[in-house]
Ligand binder design. Structure first.
Ligand code: ADP
Length: 378
């Protein structure tokens, strides 16, 4: 019984009304018990019926007329009180039913929708009517369900993407191994080199995925300090200059002397810069040029990497920061391109600093320009 009561809001509501009515009745009954005889006698005297003071219950007076009148009056009063209790209880039942329908129906709807969502039906939503707290709760519930659906879609997409990305190098390695075992492929340095290259690609992919999951979960802590942009650029140049020389692409930097210090995590912004300069090298043919520049813009500093490389068709520009997106899959692979995660990681890192990152290009063959912003140190 108690367990049933605990589980049903409607009964609780009805009982609370009933308790209020009962308390009212007890108060009314006890006040009348004390106040009624005195008040009745006073009124009788005022009426001047001759039934003087002391007649009610006067010693030896027997059951006088006044006392009989009083008893009858009290009986009718009690009858009226009992009727009032009955009518109020019935009314409490009706009112609690109406109210509980308004309160319980949306709660029940949310319960059944949450059950459906937990079973994997992420597109379920509660119907919302009105503006009260319950409707607001239902709206928030729907927002939460929408976010869950989005996360679930992203999760499925990620698993599909990762499986797809892993399949290519694995198929290549398997194919080469089978060729070696069947004697179709020679056991030459070239064959082993190819297998090694694919294994290398796999290992890079796994590293990138690990880094991506770290930046997407925002579990890294930024160590923000005032840093000179020239130091950031020089350290990136130092790490990539040999590869630029090897490919025959010139790498230059031109920074204004009055550039303010920037408030950044040196390693993380260095990682972004390295990624952009590395991409510029990757997508710029020999004989091309890559330029690093920076400019102050209010309380921010814009850092730009401009190349004279293969450029980006306009339709790809909005997507290149999405994970696994490659403007041209075959071209990226041929050019020794990566997994399409680098720019996604760069975007997360820049946004974690409160900055923005974007790409511009006049089109295919016209070069590209990547810009990101960081806060100037105060
Ligand atoms: P990837 O590892 O494939 O380079 P990124 O996330 O770094 O992945 O880049 C995503 C895609 O954006 C690349 O595959 C390439 O198509 C395009 N891209 C990036 N940088 C450049 C650039 N400097 N010039 C032309 N295309 C670029």
């Amino acid at each position: 019984m108690i367990a049933y009561l605990r589980r049903h809001l409607g009964i609780k509501l009805f009982l609370s009304y009933l308790i209020v009515i009962l308390v009212g009745v007890v108060i009314l009954a006890s006040t009348t018990q004390f106040a009624l005889p005195g008040a009745f006698e006073r009124h009788m005297i005022r009426m001047g019926t001759g039934m003087g003071p002391g007649m009610m219950g006067a010693p030896g007076a027997g059951l006088g007329q006044a006392e009989e009148l009083y008893l009858n009056f009290r009986a009718s009063f009690n009858e009226a009180l009992a009727l009032a209790v009955f009518v109020s209880a019935a009314l409490a039942l009706v009112v609690s039913m109406i109210f509980s329908r308004g309160v319980i129906a949306p709660v029940q709807a949310m319960m059944s929708v949450s059950q459906r969502i937990s079973e994997g039906h992420y597109n379920e939503r509660v119907q919302v009517r009105g503006e009260d707290e319950l409707s607001q709760l239902a709206r928030r519930f729907n927002t939460m369900a929408g976010q869950l659906e989005q996360i679930e879609t992203m999760r499925r997409q990620l698993i599909g993407d990762v499986a797809h990305e892993l399949r290519t190098p694995l198929t290549a390695i398997k194919g080469s191994m089978e060729g070696l075992m069947d004697g179709v492929l020679p056991a030459s340095d070239e064959t082993f080199g190819q297998i090694h290259q694919e294994a290398d690609r796999l290992s890079h992919l796994v590293d990138d995925l690990q880094e991506l999951s770290r930046v997407e979960a925002a579990t890294f802590k930024l160590d923000l300090r005032p840093v000179a942009v020239v130091d950031l650029v020089n350290s990136a140049l130092g790490r990539l200059s040999r590869q630029y020389e090897e490919k025959g692409v010139t790498l230059t930097s031109g920074l204004p002397a009055d550039l303010p210090l920037v408030q950044v995590d040196e390693d993380r912004v260095g990682q972004v810069l390295l990624n952009l300069i590395g991409n510029a090298l990757q997508y710029t043919p020999a004989g091309g040029n890559v330029q690093i520049s920076a400019v102050r813009d209010g309380d921010e500093v814009r850092i730009m990497v401009t190349d004279t490389g293969i450029g980006l068709p306009a339709e790809h520009i909005p997507h290149i920061f999405d994970r696994f997106y490659r403007a041209d899959k075959s071209r990226s692979r041929r050019a020794g391109g990566g997994s399409g995660i680098g720019l996604t990681i760069a975007r997360h890192l820049v946004e974690a600093h409160g900055g923005r990152i974007w790409a511009e290009s006049e089109g295919e063959g016209q070069g590209s320009k990547f810009t990101f912003t960081v806060k100037a140190a105060k």
